[in-house]
Write a protein that binds this ligand. Structure first.
Ligand code: MG
Ligand code: ZN
Length: 217
């Protein structure tokens, strides 16, 4: 019985996600779903990314959080179109929440839409939001065993970002080992190693976004 129920939930989520995707594709809007554990530096990464792109692109952000609006406030300093979703205890975003929030945005006037998921590496990976690109962020302070522990998240990523590389020397994170495991799980994801604090490694990530945001124009 439980299994059937879970399947139904995922099926209705997939249907709505397909609807979102059609709406995004019709507009040629590049959308990214950012997934990570809490504390990976995802919001900081998003803040800096938006800051670097905002003079040239029209950017929207959907901020998923369990209760607070702190992350949305941080991002809103660099971008006008920000919508906050409070999941009210829920540990992931779903496609219905995203569908409701895009009604609050003028998505026809955007080039890029970032969706910051709730900090959690487990169920966000099960819920398609209709995004064009799924980004999984891992920081070196979390340990190099994360991909091994949460293979489903890494398996479904289009982009994998290893963040906080400025902290590398203060941790026992083994970059070669992490990359090897990531490649065993996901051969095709584009991998970026960067620091949202020092800006190291950012140029490649920004170039990737620019290529994709412009691709359909
Ligand atoms: Mg955050
Ligand atoms: Zn969840």
């Amino acid at each position: 019985m439980k299994v059937v129920l879970a399947k139904d939930i995922l099926k209705s989520n997939d249907d709505k996600a397909a609807e979102n995707r059609r709406a995004f594709e019709k507009l040629g809007l590049f959308t990214l779903n950012l997934i990570s554990s809490p504390g990976s530096g995802k919001t900081r990464l998003l803040e800096n990314t938006v800051q670097r792109l905002s003079s040239r692109y029209r950017i929207g952000v959907i901020e998923g959080d369990i209760t607070t609006t702190r992350d949305a406030e941080r991002v809103a300093r660099h971008c006008e179109q920000v919508v906050q979703i409070n999941t009210d205890g829920g540990c992931h975003l779903d496609s219905k929440m995203v569908s409701r929030s895009i009604e609050e945005l003028s998505i026809d006037k955007l080039d890029v839409l970032f969706i910051e998921n709730v900090g959690n590496l487990v169920c966000p990976s099960e819920f398609d939001l209709g995004e064009s690109c799924r980004v999984v962020v891992l920081s070196v302070t979390e340990g190099d065993d994360k991909p091994e522990k949460y293979p489903y998240s890494f398996d479904r990523a289009n982009v994998i970002i290893i963040n906080k590389i400025d902290m590398l020397e203060h941790t026992d994170f083994d970059m070669a080992r992490a990359e090897e495991i990531i490649r065993q799980i996901n051969r095709d994801a584009v991998l970026f190693k960067l620091s949202a604090v020092t800006g190291e490694g950012y140029d490649a990530w920004i170039a990737y976004l620019e290529n994709h945001a412009f691709r359909k124009k």
